[in-house]
Design a protein around this ligand. Structure first.
Ligand SMILES: C[S@@+](CC[C@H](N)C(=O)[O-])C[C@H]1O[C@@H](n2cnc3c(N)ncnc32)[C@H](O)[C@@H]1O
Length: 323
């Protein structure tokens, strides 16, 4: 049985799978509202980055005008639900600060589903500002094979041509302000990156993988962690090549980066959630480490690839186990 969004209505809150996995097609914002509270041991994910890809989604470039038309300050981010309902796509916000605010809002909602001793790992890469920036369905900014669209991005303040925006740092600070405790800023170093045409800067060859936990009601934060599960040396810089695969998804993160996070940050048999699961790397890693897994993905195409990858390792979906 293939699970679809139809099977998951607000009146049927989803419990964590008891043995296998569960994959839903839809917006992480909507779907995360219906997970049983305090049921998740680990959230491990890589959301869309700011201003790089469309993932084949239609974005309303007039969303900023729609927001200001009713007297709103352009610098104050609309709630994610308003933005989405007005045609906005996560990652294509006119301002990086809107994007950061939306991610914080989504992770705040996901926090309700996390156990008090759960872990959250978020992988995020950075973007250079350009008033006329290139966006592709699946390729990187300014490079890549796919069709390129140009969009005019509002400038002013720090939003200046050639500026490295420090989006991951802005996100981490905003999450701290929202009550999360930041435990690690793991740097994912990529040994091989595509050539760049610029002659006036170094090539960007790292991304961030932030580890957050919840505050305790009293005393210091206490959360599940098994240091024996991490890489030899337990360092916060990990070198790994991006997974190229044959999955038609250009932003998959490498299994060798994900597996140590699953092993160290969730108990055996625990439940791992990836709310932006793409082709399902997190789910495959979790299941192969004998954890249970839940994935959300907006694109039916990527969710289909994720399902096939999981089926390849021969683990049944929870619905199949119980039918
Ligand atoms: C960086 S990719 C994740 C790739 C994944 N880690 C993998 O290994 O395949 C981000 C994914 O989030 C999906 N996405 C974008 N907006 C979403 C939303 N609002 N809700 C759920 N998924 C979304 C995109 O389609 C994309 O597949």
């Amino acid at each position: 049985m293939t699970l679809t969004n139809d099977a998951w209505t607000p009146s049927s809150p989803t419990a964590a799978p008891s043995v296998g996995w569960d994959l839903r097609v839809g917006d992480a914002w909507d779907l995360s509202a219906h997970i049983e509270s305090a049921s998740i041991d680990l959230v491990l994910t890589s959301p869309p980055y700011w201003g790089l890809r469309t993932y084949g989604l239609d974005h309303n470039e007039g969303v900023l005008d729609a927001w200001t038309a009713t007297g709103n300050n352009p610098k104050s981010a609309p709630p994610y639900e308003w933005y989405r309902d007005n045609g906005g796509v996560l990652g294509l916000e006119p301002y990086p600060d809107w994007f950061v605010a939306h991610l914080v809002e989504i992770f705040r909602r996901i926090k309700n589903a996390m156990k008090p001793d759960a872990n959250l790992w978020v992988n995020l890469g950075d973007t250079y500002f350009g008033r006329w920036s290139s966006i592709r369905d699946e390729g990187r900014q300014g490079l890549g094979k796919g069709e390129r669209s140009r969009r005019r991005t509002p400038s002013g303040g720090v939003l200046h041509d050639k500026q490295l925006l420090m989006v991951p740092a802005r996100f981490a600070l905003a999450m701290q302000e929202d009550g999360w405790i930041l435990r690690n800023d793991l740097v994912w170093s990529k040994p091989h990156v595509a050539p760049r045409p610029e002659r006036d800067r170094l090539r960007l060859s790292h991304e961030h993988f932030f580890h957050f936990v919840s505050r305790s009601k009293v005393g210091r934060p206490a959360y599940y962690y098994d240091l024996d599960g991490v890489e030899p040396g337990a360092l916060d810089v990990v070198t790994a090549s991006p997974d190229r695969g044959d999955s038609a998804h250009s932003a998959t993160f490498p299994m060798e980066l994900v597996l140590p996070r699953v092993r160290s940050s969730s108990p055996p048999g625990g439940v791992v959630l990836d709310p932006f699961c793409g082709t399902g790397t997190t789910l495959v890693a979790a299941l192969s480490e004998h954890r249970r897994a839940i994935g959300f993905e907006l694109s039916e195409k990527f969710a289909g690839i994720a399902r096939s990858r999981i089926e390849e390792i021969g683990i049944l979906a929870d619905a199949e186990v119980h039918s």
